[in-house]
Design a protein around this ligand. Structure first.
Ligand SMILES: [Zn+2]
Length: 213
């Protein structure tokens, strides 16, 4: 799933929690992806380009069921007992869990049960059908906005970022050669998307109270 819709998931967690700020919830939904970015820079995880298509291939440390549950439990403990923010602990842990739960719908079969064994491995593979991927992510992003009762600027940000992602979803063949030549471009591109979508959702969800639709 693309950055804007992971970010939109924080709106589901923020709703009915007026005392919990949106920024930590935004971060929670992308903790897993930040590990993926770091592990790709470090060469611990890697993607490939085969048959003119991008494959995420090896990401068992950031994106396995086991590591996702472990990270969620650890973050619950840190937020609850070290940061001592009890109201944030549960929604933060749920945000961490949401990442792989959503990715497993879209990814190819590349999400393992744990980093310790190659099987079983899951992924519904919606990513292989770019237009279906686009429509489902688009509808999900809108659903998060609608559930949150966000304002029009937030809706515009979600719609625009989903549309920006369409050419990336459709990218194939020679267009992907750049990722073979410069593998750091993909994690950098994803990191930038994470940061920009955090900013937009944080900024435009704030005025939601004064500006309900
Ligand atoms: Zn991911």
């Amino acid at each position: 799933m693309y950055a804007i819709n992971h970010a939109a998931t924080s709106l589901l967690l923020k709703k009915d929690r007026p005392n919990v700020p949106i920024l930590p919830l935004l971060i929670s939904t992308q903790v897993v992806e930040l590990f993926w970015v770091a592990f790709n820079y470090l060469g611990i995880e890697h993607f490939s380009v085969r048959d003119g298509k991008l494959h995420l291939d090896f990401l068992p440390y950031s994106h396995s069921i086991f590591s996702s549950l472990l990270l969620s439990l650890i973050s619950y403990g840190i937020v609850r007992w070290i940061v001592k923010n009890k109201p944030l602990a549960l929604p933060f842990a749920l945000g961490v869990l949401s990442h792989v739960a959503l990715d497993i719908l879209f990814h190819e079969k590349d999400i393992r049960l744990s980093p310790f064994s190659e099987t079983p491995v899951w992924g519904l593979g919606i990513i292989s059908f770019p237009f279906l991927n686009f429509v489902l992510e688009f509808l999900y992003g809108i659903f998060c906005w609608w559930y949150f009762k966000g304002n029009k600027r937030l809706l515009a940000a979600i719609i625009l970022f989903n549309i920006f992602d369409l050419p990336v979803m459709l990218a194939s063949g020679k267009a992907l050669d750049v990722f073979i030549l410069y593998p750091a471009i993909l994690p950098t591109f994803i990191l930038l998307q994470i940061l920009i979508t955090w900013y937009l959702v944080a900024r435009f969800s704030k005025s939601a109270d004064e500006n309900r639709h």
